[in-house]
Design a protein around this ligand. Structure first.
Ligand SMILES: [Fe+2]
Length: 347
């Protein structure tokens, strides 16, 4: 219906199509709004269509899809929204954009990785970890507390503090440590930065190769994405300059995990097909394809991560749940502002 159509044109199309949206309920289609890249999603959707006969129409956009679903209201053609970060998933629920997922396949995902009311479900998990220089860092294990120590002064890099990935990390620290300890920690981490935070998750690793920093806070799957980036082979060198350490806390809590996931839109014209799509995405087959394509961790525990993913070490997830991370996001954002984290080191 709107595959490959530019956003503005698709929006116009959606508005025109809206009055007849109920007719789509019988049409054997499912409409997907996806923040996830076509390369990750399209092979899965092709498989879904081949197996079910349901046509999957997909609109890809890097941002603005939640706002769009909200603006379209009852007339939205969106059935399923695929997005990254628990903040977006919980935000969708809080804005009343979701309806309960009813497929029993939901229970394939452990309770800590889905909404208690079925408003959203994780489809894959990612950990926010430390990439350290193979040449300049000897440590084989590090705690979150370690990177606040003076020995890391001028050696840490990461993207902006208010990016959802770092908000998730900081929110998880607040859930675990409380606001005061997290403030102290984040202040010290800020002052250990090599430069004002910025760029993407890969840039930090690029800067490890360049010698600008020794430790980058970056999500796990970028290692796989960089190692397999045939279009930009220099990314392989960035990746090869670093190894991954899964941080823990001094008292033994594990590594912060976030999710990419899905929800069914409140006004989905094809809710049955939406549930069928979620069921498919939670099947062993789809979970394996997803894990092998994007180097994230499957949300269904019986499915193994890609061998490359397993080669980076063992992920022991933090006890902080996705819902808790979402709860502390506002406090995390306020702390980033208060500490002027994005301005970089101040002492
Ligand atoms: Fe990412």
């Amino acid at each position: 219906m709107f595959k490959s159509i530019p956003l503005a044109a698709a929006l116009a199309g959606a508005i025109l199509a809206a009055p007849v949206a109920p007719a789509l309920a019988q049409s054997g289609e499912v409409n997907i709004y996806s923040y996830r890249e076509p390369g990750l999603i399209q092979p899965l959707l092709d498989r879904f269509s081949a197996e079910t006969g349901i046509k999957a129409n997909v609109l890809f956009a890097g941002n603005g899809l939640l706002e769009r679903v909200a603006a379209e209201g009852e007339l939205s053609p969106a059935d399923v929204v695929l997005t990254v970060d628990v903040g977006n998933l919980v935000g969708a629920k809080d804005q009343g954009l979701t309806q309960p997922i009813t497929t029993p396949a939901l229970e394939r995902v452990p309770a800590e990785f889905r909404d208690a009311d079925g408003a959203w479900v994780a489809l894959s998990l990612r950990a926010r970890v430390f990439y350290v220089s193979k040449d300049r860092v000897d440590a084989t294990a590090l705690t979150y507390e370690d990177i606040a120590k003076p020995e890391w002064k001028g050696r840490i890099c990461t993207r902006a503090g208010d990016h959802v990935y770092n908000i998730g990390l900081i929110a998880s620290r607040i859930a675990l440590w409380g606001l005061d300890k997290t403030r102290e920690w984040l202040t010290a981490v800020r002052d250990n930065l090599a430069y004002p935070p910025g760029g993407g998750d890969r840039e930090g690793v690029k800067n490890i190769l360049a010698g600008t920093c020794d430790l980058s806070i970056t999500n796990t799957y970028y290692m796989g994405a960089m190692l397999n980036n045939e279009a930009e082979p220099e990314q392989k060198e960035w990746a090869n300059s670093a190894r991954i350490i899964y941080p823990t806390t001094a008292d033994g809590d594990g590594t912060q995990v976030n999710a990419a996931g899905a929800f069914i839109a409140k006004h989905a014209p094809n809710p049955e097909n939406a549930n069928k799509l979620i069921e498919f995405l939670l099947s062993d087959e789809a979970q394996q394809i997803y894990a092998d394509t994007n180097y994230e961790y499957p949300a269904v525990p019986s499915v193994a991560p890609a061998e490359l993913t397993l080669s980076w070490g063992k992920l022991v997830p933090s006890r902080v749940t996705l819902t808790e991370i979402a709860q502390y996001r506002d406090e995390a954002a306020a702390l980033v502002d208060e500490l002027k984290f994005n301005e970089g080191p101040q002492h």
